[in-house]
Design a protein around this ligand. Structure first.
Ligand SMILES: [Zn+2]
Length: 177
């Protein structure tokens, strides 16, 4: 697990994931006017009050509706996906050829992804690579990969979970069932 001291060291040495660098940059450099908001042209999340929010939330905030102007951009998570940058990877190995088992596994992962997005729109699965009996998921946050792995381990009895830290902030999770 990435400790705070690790994170601080990573910031000092400039090795931290690009998403974090960008988040800080956005706070200081976007210089948006009061009625201006950033909107992700890909996933639709909206940037205001120094963080990214679901579009839906923004719609509920009446004071944001007046004269607002959107600047379209890619949010940090969509940028990561586009540039193929990730902090966490979940490698799912399926010994069973049973399609029902596979769809149960994929659904469990989808639920974890949705829960993560609900809490923070930048915390998500960026993309997946399906090779039949092996599926890889790439996440914007390393802890999301860990959460997915633990969820799979507790949901499927007799499965095997292995969590490996690779590099500064990267976590790879191997799960076999
Ligand atoms: Zn986006």
């Amino acid at each position: 697990m990435a400790t705070n001291s690790n994170k601080n060291m990573a910031v000092k040495t400039g090795m931290v994931g690009r998403r974090h660098q960008r988040s800080r940059k956005e706070e200081s450099e976007f210089g948006l006017g009061q009625k201006e908001f950033l909107k992700c042209s890909d996933c639709g999340v909206v940037y205001f009050d120094k963080s990214w929010h679901h579009g839906l939330l923004e719609e509920k905030q009446e004071h944001l509706k007046e004269n607002r102007q959107f600047k379209f951009t890619l949010c940090p998570a969509c940028k990561m996906a586009k540039d193929k940058i990730f902090e966490g990877e979940v490698v799912v190995k399926l010994k069973s050829k049973n399609e029902k088992v596979k769809s149960d596994v994929l659904n469990t992962i989808k639920n974890s992804d949705e829960q993560a997005r609900e809490r923070d729109p930048m915390d998500r699965i960026l993309w997946a690579e399906d090779k039949g009996d092996e599926v890889r998921f790439f996440t914007s946050e390393n802890q999301l990969a860990v959460r997915i792995g633990k969820k799979l381990e507790s949901s499927f009895l007799g499965s095997k979970l292995e969590i490996k830290h690779t590099g500064e902030d990267m976590i790879r999770v191997y799960w076999e069932y």
